[in-house]
Design a protein around this ligand. Structure first.
Ligand SMILES: Nc1ncnc2c1ncn2[C@@H]1O[C@H](COP(=O)(O)OP(=O)(O)O)[C@@H](O)[C@H]1O
Ligand SMILES: [Mg+2]
Length: 449
């Protein structure tokens, strides 16, 4: 969930932007309504004030001794006027003004009712048969300030809304996607040895079809692999007896043909049959290893098994093995048969490809680390990486099937032990080394019952 396609990130950003836009739209709409209402209140106050001042101004003007000329209404106390007014006659001649009144605001002949100039809102009212007019002005700046303050008050919650919405959405999406992440991990953790259905509990409905499809696929894969394994195992098994019979017959024939010109041909047939017999054995081992029978139910000491396999080889190739066993038992969940097959394949390879003048080191440590190491030509890294594939070989001689390391890999991965193949061997300039820790068997996978 880290890339730009992260659902969490996308939802977080788009929902927050959406909520912010909607909020702004709401603020604009309510700001416009509030401004209209405020204008009405301000206008009504302006009108009220004009109606109140007008009778006083009329009395004041009528009581003057000279009936012409203007006069400024005295201020009782020094103050700034918020509302200013003038009283003029029909011709526009000034008769009375409030002490802060700016005459440039009241231009043109006096009018009744409301009108707005660039800077003021003005209300005019008349008295004495339209001979006296009062005009009262209020600066628009004041109204704008009030509208601005109301707008800002509505915008302030956005400062909280954006981070709270981002965090909230991030948290909720994360919480909702937790079962999806669990589902993803359980698919990732699956290998050839575990093709059981994935747990779909708690998965959001939108992901259920995917889970069902994955489980269906796993089932089909399992069935296909099962079919492949049983076919390999059955064919290898079926080949065993006829191959053994043919080999026995050829060997008998070989004896009878000693000294005959066909003797060489019989030897070649015998070798080919031996190769086929080994191949069918290896195929059977591979099918078993891939079938997932690499783990036993209870841990067992595998040191005696290693000693026994080594004794076998000692008999076949005296003096070539240097075996080093731990002083203590090494218990492992690895199936003893699978362990014997693994070790046999590794030692067989070391004998086959290792330099003859150096001993083959077979070491099992107290901590379960098993190393089979031989001297010899270094295998280039790009070839080394492919050797655990089936039917892949680096040396062309002596002949082989290319299945030994594939069997070792199948046993190791089936029992959850990482298998390391190195060339040159650790601490040496040449050679080949395979290392596996048998104490790790069964740690990452379920034991097979
Ligand atoms: N101990 C080893 N020393 C050197 N090369 C090895 C060793 N083990 C395996 N190899 C190389 O890895 C290849 C694959 O081995 P393997 O899968 O056992 O098949 P095979 O032995 O039938 O060729 C071998 O052909 C060989 O080139
Ligand atoms: Mg081999």
């Amino acid at each position: 969930m880290k890339s730009d396609r992260s659902l969490q990130k996308r939802l977080g950003i788009s929902l927050t932007v959406g909520a912010t836009l909607l909020w702004l739209l709401g603020v604009t709409a309510s700001g416009l309504v509030a401004q209209h209402e405020m204008d009405e209140v301000f206008d009504s106050a302006l009108e009220e004030t004009a109606q109140r001042i007008l009778p006083l101004a009329v009395t004041d003007i009528l009581n003057r001794e000279t009936d012409t000329g203007s006069q400024t209404a005295p201020a009782l106390k020094e103050h700034d006027e918020y509302l200013t007014y003038v009283v003029r006659d029909r011709q526009g001649q000034l008769l009375l003004q409030s002490h802060d009144a700016d005459l440039s605001v009241f231009q043109g002949p006096p009018r009744e009712g409301f009108h707005t100039t660039g800077s003021h809102r003005i209300y005019g009212a008349s008295a004495i048969s339209d001979t006296l007019f009062i005009e009262i002005a209020e600066p628009l700046a004041h109204r704008r300030e009030a509208a601005m303050e109301a707008g800002v008050a509505l915008l302030v919650p956005l400062l909280f809304l954006v981070p709270v919405s981002l965090l909230g959405i991030w948290w909720i999406v994360r919480l909702s996607l937790r079962p999806v992440a669990r589902f993803q991990h359980s698919i990732e953790a699956r290998g050839v040895s575990d093709l059981s259905p994935v747990d779909t509990d708690g998965l959001p409905t939108e992901f259920q079809p995917t889970a069902i499809a994955v489980n269906r696929l796993l089932k089909r894969l399992n069935r296909a692999l099962d079919a492949e394994r049983s076919f390999t195992a059955n064919s290898a098994h079926e080949l065993r007896t006829p191959l053994a019979t043919a080999l026995a017959k050829v060997q008998r024939l070989k004896k009878q043909l000693e000294g005959h010109h066909l003797f060489e041909d019989t030897v070649q047939i015998e070798n080919a049959l031996r190769g086929l017999s080994t191949l069918s054995e290896k195929l059977l081992e591979l099918a078993k290893a891939e079938g997932g029978a690499a783990l036993s139910e209870h841990p067992q000491d595998l040191v005696p098994i290693l000693a026994m396999v080594a004794r076998d080889f000692e008999f076949r190739a005296p003096g070539r093995l240097r075996l080093s066993l731990p002083g203590l038992p090494v218990t492992s969940l690895l199936d003893p048969d699978a362990f014997a097959i693994l070790v046999r394949n590794l030692i067989e390879n070391a004998l086959k490809y290792g330099a003859t003048h150096h001993p083959i080191e077979v070491t099992l440590n107290d901590d379960g680390r098993l190393r089979v190491c031989n001297a010899g030509e270094v295998v280039p890294p790009e070839r080394l990486a492919r050797l655990r594939n089936r039917f892949t070989r680096y040396h062309t001689r002596p002949s082989g099937s290319g299945l030994g390391l594939a069997i070792a890999e199948a046993i190791a991965s089936g029992s959850g032990m990482p298998l390391a193949i190195r060339s040159p061997a650790t601490g040496q300039a040449d050679g080949f080394e395979v290392e596996v820790n048998i104490a790790h068997a069964g740690r990452n996978s379920e034991p097979c019952t």
